[in-house]
Design a protein around this ligand. Structure first.
Ligand code: TRP
Length: 495
């Protein structure tokens, strides 16, 4: 069968940028900057980009491009360790199961934007009216039907975008990448012309250099880069496998990282100028309104939009359209990576593989559609990003550094204009795994000292440790099964 390919290198880069640029650029990056020393944080962040983000992106691009396969098969070919590929994909599976729920909220909020239906009580509207939030993770309290509707709409969109293959994906990202970037610029322009904007920006970028002495700040920079570039999810491996045989992967990695970083930085202006305005309107200090994550997107920003002097409905619609187009290409990139992984091992049709890869995380996501769903989302997110992602990130680096560093580097340098040298070996073989391991250990110590957010132990055992353990066990099982198949295929007649 003919291997499917991107229509151009530009389409590939767009898709990679689409995966990298997501909700995190808007609701995570600016908040992380604010919390970790403002402008001073840009130093560890750039260091993390150059020493971990770009080298890892090169690794994943080169691996997928060289092996022309999804993550499990690529890791099998380079180091007989397809379980690493599966672990990456399964982590992403867990993340996409709740990321899609958030996308579902966005779908519903597009509708609520018409007439700014949250009024001047966005907080109550979101937590009480919309989510119907229960008293804790122990009380699921039944389904929230509007959330479920949003979730189903999200999964239908994802299915329709990817089931035909990467050619359609290439067309979709030609819209879902530039559009949110333009909308961010719209919000920067609107935000900067509001009262209090400059005061808000001070809190985004005023540097506190003393923070640079705190190792936690450096770890936060690496975590942000990892999450934002969608590294260690097998996504970039799968996307690069659809490239033409000769394609400059080093250049593509640099461009992708630069675009993602640039969009993060600019998004901070859209966020903090509007936060400054909100503080000004309320007559409070900026720190009192600062938020990240869902609170920023569904409470704080909507509150500010309602206070705009004109066009609140319009800006509300633009805001949620921006979130939708920011997030959807991150979500479907992971599903695509999973489909690629499954198809390499089992001989099933693309449509069937896509259907399974959409239905499973959708069913898993049902728990987040209940009234207690937000608690579970919070728990699962914390553990999978702090333990699952970092664990497989470290393993990915070590496995490649130990078994495949040389051939991968040869391949990279053969197809790319910029050649990589010893610094790359050091970054992926020593520095990045070391930082990830330190981060895991520090997080472990913190979790042993006090339970996350004071949730009950059983809930953390189930949604936190349990989910991480399940991912690792399932990765080992799938790795074992697929390894046997790969070995049988290789020893069979050459087709
Ligand atoms: N890069 C995305 C962002 O910044 C987040 C992300 C990373 C993600 N890996 C993912 C989203 C896998 C969905 C699935 O928002």
């Amino acid at each position: 069968m003919e291997k499917e390919l991107w229509s151009s290198r530009g389409a590939f880069i767009m898709a990679a940028v689409g995966s990298a640029v997501g909700l995190g650029n808007l609701w995570r990056f600016p908040y992380v900057v604010y919390e970790n020393g403002g402008g001073a944080f840009l130093i560890p962040w750039v260091v993390a980009l150059v020493t971990a983000g770009i080298p890892l992106l090169m690794l994943e691009f080169a691996l997928g491009h060289m092996m022309r396969a999804g993550a499990p098969k690529s890791f099998h070919n380079i180091a007989r360790s397809s379980w690493v590929g599966w672990g990456c994909l399964l982590n992403g599976f867990v993340i996409v199961s709740y990321y899609a729920v958030v996308m579902g909220w966005v779908f519903v909020y597009l509708y609520y934007s018409i007439g700014v239906q949250w009024g001047d009580r966005a907080e109550e509207f979101f937590f009480k009216d919309f989510l119907g939030l229960s008293s804790g993770p122990g009380e699921l309290g039944g389904m929230r039907w509007p959330v479920l509707l949003g979730l189903v709409l999200t999964w239908i969109s994802i299915f329709l975008i990817i089931f035909k293959g990467v050619r359609v994906v290439g067309k979709v990202v030609a819209v879902t990448v530039p559009l949110p970037a333009l909308l961010i610029l719209l919000f920067v322009a609107r935000g900067m012309t509001l009262d209090g904007a400059l005061e808000g920006l001070k809190f985004y970028l005023k540097p506190d250099f003393s923070k640079l002495l705190d190792p936690k700040v450096w770890l936060a920079a690496y975590a942000q880069v990892f999450f934002s570039l969608s590294l260690a999810f097998g996504i970039m491996v799968a996307y690069a496998s659809y490239l033409h045989e000769r394609s400059d992967v080093v250049g593509s990695a640099i461009i992708t990282a630069a675009l993602d970083a640039g969009i993060s930085f600019v998004a901070g202006f859209a966020v903090f100028s509007v936060l400054g305005y909100l503080a000004f309107q309320k007559g409070v200090g900026v720190p009192e309104v600062v938020a990240g994550g869902p609170s920023l997107a569904f409470v704080t920003y909507p509150t500010a939009i309602k206070l705009l002097p004109f066009g609140a409905s319009f800006f509300g619609l633009c805001f949620f359209l921006m979130l939708l187009t920011l997030g959807i290409d991150s979500a479907f990139s992971l599903v695509e990576a999973f489909v690629a992984g499954v198809k390499d091992v089992w001989n099933i049709s693309r449509t069937k593989a896509t259907l399974i890869s959409c239905l499973l995380p959708m069913i898993g996501g049902l728990i987040f559609c209940t009234k207690g769903g937000l608690y579970w989302l919070d728990i699962v997110d914390h553990f999978i990003t702090n333990f699952g992602l970092t664990f497989f990130g470290a393993v990915e680096c070590l496995v490649v550094a130990l078994f495949g560093r040389r051939i991968l580097k040869e391949h990279m340098n053969r197809v790319s204009k910029i050649k990589v040298g010893k610094w790359w070996d050091f970054c992926i073989g020593v520095l990045t795994p070391l930082i990830l391991v330190i981060s895991i250990v520090m997080n472990l110590i913190e979790r042993i000292r006090k339970p996350y957010e004071g949730y009950p132990g059983w809930a953390l055992a189930l949604g936190g440790w349990g989910v991480v353990a399940l991912v690792i066990i399932a990765a080992l099982i799938l790795g074992y099964l697929s390894r046997r198949r790969f070995e049988r295929l290789n020893s069979g007649p050459v087709s």
